[in-house]
Design a protein around this ligand. Structure first.
Ligand SMILES: Cc1cc2nc3c(=O)[nH]c(=O)nc-3n(C[C@H](O)[C@H](O)[C@H](O)COP(=O)(O)OP(=O)(O)OC[C@H]3O[C@@H](n4cnc5c(N)ncnc54)[C@H](O)[C@@H]3O)c2cc1C
Length: 226
């Protein structure tokens, strides 16, 4: 590990590490494994970049606070600069990473974790860091293959783990968007926090419907992947 010679052109200090693993867990969706250089709080983000090219982009850390490896869950954006390149990386390739940052962090109070797509990453980190008990997880995805880490969430959270699939039907999975699922709920707890993470469209729509249903604005916390 060493500091990138080029890091000074960015605001945040970037460290160069060698990639440990790059697993495609669904078509176009990858988990990168990197050495963990710094302590972090579950829910925080890092900037990720390559030694040459465009400035780094932000990614939620997708691993537990005590794990040796730091993981990132990302999907390839068509026409994007970084993600098509990340998808091609092989173990040993160089990658730049910042120190962890951000305050989208959880606690051990009962709460709802609402995610679309790769927005499940910070909640998986919280779950792997021991904050999963007393949480209700609502995960929205287009296809059944988009419920990343369901093998771990389901046995622990049971019916407190709700998958909402908009394009396919399957078993115990709610058929429809997560906003429709939430709209159908009549007894959302007004005294719990709702953490939202994912696309701007999902976050804005969910925020508005929660407010309509009487959830105090102060109990809605959001991380937007824009
Ligand atoms: C706090 C935060 C956390 C995030 N965490 C995650 C995460 O955990 N996982 C994850 O997958 N993503 C995450 N993101 C999103 C991530 O930072 C990147 O934006 C994303 O991966 C796309 O990067 P890219 O370089 O591939 O695409 P970019 O090059 O940034 O392009 C993004 C999209 O915009 C389009 N585009 C680019 N330029 C133009 C233009 N001039 N006109 C029109 N369209 C254009 C591209 O075609 C592409 O579809 C997070 C974002 C934030 C802010």
């Amino acid at each position: 590990m060493g500091k990138s010679a080029d890091y000074t052109k960015y605001d945040d200090e970037l460290y160069q590490v060698a990639l440990l693993k790059n697993d495609e867990i669904a078509p176009g969706v990858y988990v990168l494994s990197l050495p963990r250089l710094h302590d972090f709080k579950a829910g925080q983000v890092v900037k990720i970049g390559l030694p040459e090219g465009e400035p780094p982009r932000m990614y939620s850390i997708c691993s537990g606070e005590k794990e040796d490896e730091l993981k990132i869950l990302f999907n390839v954006k068509g026409g994007g600069w970084l993600t098509p390149r990340l998808a091609k990386l092989q173990p040993g390739d160089s990658i730049l990473i910042s120190e962890p940052m951000g305050d989208f962090t959880g606690d051990d109070e009962p709460a709802w974790w609402v995610a679309s797509g790769t927005g499940i990453a910070p909640f998986y980190s919280m779950f792997k860091s021991g904050l999963g008990t007393n949480k209700t997880v609502v995960h929205g995805g287009r296809y059944l293959q988009n419920f990343y880490f369901e093998d771990e969430f389901l046995p622990e959270l049971k019916d407190q783990y709700i998958r909402c699939c908009s394009q396919e039907k399957g078993g115990d999975v709610y058929h429809g968007r997560l906003t429709h699922f939430l709209e159908d709920q009549n007894n959302l707890p007004k005294d719990q926090k709702f953490y939202l993470c994912g696309s701007p469209e999902m976050v804005v729509e969910t925020r508005d419907l929660l407010i309509r249903k009487g959830i105090p604005y102060g109990n809605i916390v959001a991380e937007i992947y824009f």
